[in-house]
Design a protein around this ligand. Structure first.
Ligand SMILES: *[C@@H]1O[C@H](CO)[C@@H](O)[C@H](O)[C@H]1NC(C)=O
Ligand SMILES: *[C@@H]1O[C@H](CO)[C@@H](O)[C@H](O)[C@H]1NC(C)=O
Ligand SMILES: *[C@@H]1O[C@H](CO)[C@@H](O)[C@H](O)[C@H]1NC(C)=O
Ligand SMILES: *[C@@H]1O[C@H](CO)[C@@H](O)[C@H](O)[C@H]1NC(C)=O
Length: 221
C-alpha cells in the first residue's frame, strides 16, 4: 500500500463533482510498472504486468484486460483480500498469473504464442464496489519482433561499420597523400634540375610543409 499514491491528497485536482471527489479520495490505483512497453518474440509467451492498490481494501472487485481498448481478453473477479480471483471470461491464449492474497495485488496475465497481430495496446482496468465503484486503468504496449537482439545488433554493426569505414578512409587518405607528396617531390626534384640555373631558390623543395607543397604544386605543373 505504501507504494501507491496518497489516499487523500489528490482530491482537489479533480473536477468538483461529488462522485469524482469521493472516488479519488479512496485512490484506487492501477499500475503496469515503470515501463509501459514490452517486447516479445514471435511465438513466445509474454507477461503483461499489472498491480493495483486500494486504501480501504476491496470487496467483489472486478478487473478486465482489454486489447486495443475494445477487445476483452480477460475478465476476473476477486471476492476479497483472502481469496484469489475467479475467471469470468477469457481469451484461450490468455492465462492469469497474478496473486491477490500476497502483499501486492498482482493481476498480471501471460499471453501465449504471441503473433505479430497481437502488437498493440493492453489495458488493465479495475473496478472496486467497496470504493463506491471507483475505477482506474493502466496501459502497456506490446511490440512483437522476429529476433530480440536484432535492433541492438544492427546498431552495433552500423557503428562498427561507420567507425571501420572512417578509419579505412583515413588510412587511404594518408596513403594517397604520401603517394601524391612523393610524386610531387619527384616532379620538383626533376624540375629543380631544370630550374636551378634560372631561379636558384625554391623553399618548398625540402618538403617540410606537406600541404603547402601540395597546394603550390598545381600552378607550377
Ligand atoms: C512466426 O512464427 C511462426 C511459427 O513458428 C512462423 O510460421 C512464422 O513464419 C513466424 N513469422 C515470422 C515473420 O517470422
Ligand atoms: C506478478 O506475478 C507474476 C507471476 O508470478 C510475476 O512474474 C510478476 O513479477 C509479478 N509482478 C509484480 C509487480 O509483483
Ligand atoms: C491494435 O492497435 C495497434 C496500434 O495501437 C495497431 O497497429 C494494430 O493493428 C491493432 N490491432 C488490431 C488487431 O486491431
Ligand atoms: C481508462 O481511464 C481513462 C481515464 O483515466 C478513460 O478515459 C478510459 O476510457 C479508460 N479505459 C478503459 C479501457 O476503461
Amino acid at each position: 500500500m505504501a507504494a501507491g499514491r496518497p489516499c487523500t491528497a489528490s482530491a482537489p485536482a479533480r473536477p468538483p463533482t461529488g462522485l469524482h471527489v469521493f472516488a479519488i479520495a479512496f485512490a484506487l490505483e492501477v499500475s503496469v510498472g515503470k515501463t509501459n512497453t514490452v517486447m516479445a518474440l514471435n511465438n513466445s509467451n509474454v507477461l503483461l504486468p499489472c498491480t493495483f492498490t486500494t486504501c480501504i481494501g476491496f470487496q467483489d472487485l472486478v478487473f478486465t484486460w482489454y486489447f486495443n481498448s475494445t477487445e476483452l481478453i480477460y475478465h476476473g473477479k476477486i471476492k476479497n483480500k483472502a481469496s484469489e480471483p475467479t475467471v469470468i471470461q477469457h481469451n484461450p491464449r490468455v492465462e492469469f498469473v497474478g496473486s491477490t492474497t500476497k502483499k501486492d495485488n498482482n493481476i498480471s496475465i501471460v499471453l501465449n504464442n504471441v503473433e505479430f497481430s497481437d502488437a498493440g495496446k493492453y489495458t488493465c482496468h479495475v473496478k472496486n464496489p467497496k470504493e463506491k465503484n471507483a475505477q482506474h486503468n493502466a496501459t502497456i504496449f506490446l511490440t512483437v519482433v522476429h529476433k530480440m537482439v536484432e535492433t541492438d545488433n544492427t546498431v552495433t554493426l552500423i557503428i562498427v561499420g561507420v567507425v571501420g569505414g572512417l578509419i579505412g578512409l583515413l588510412i587511404l587518405f594518408m596513403l594517397i597523400k604520401r603517394v601524391v607528396l612523393f610524386i610531387i617531390k619527384k616532379m620538383q626534384d626533376g624540375k629543380k634540375e631544370c630550374l636551378v640555373s634560372s631561379s636558384g631558390n625554391d623553399n618548398t623543395e625540402n618538403g617540410l610543409a606537406g600541404s603547402k607543397a601540395e597546394q603550390k604544386a598545381p600552378p607550377k605543373a
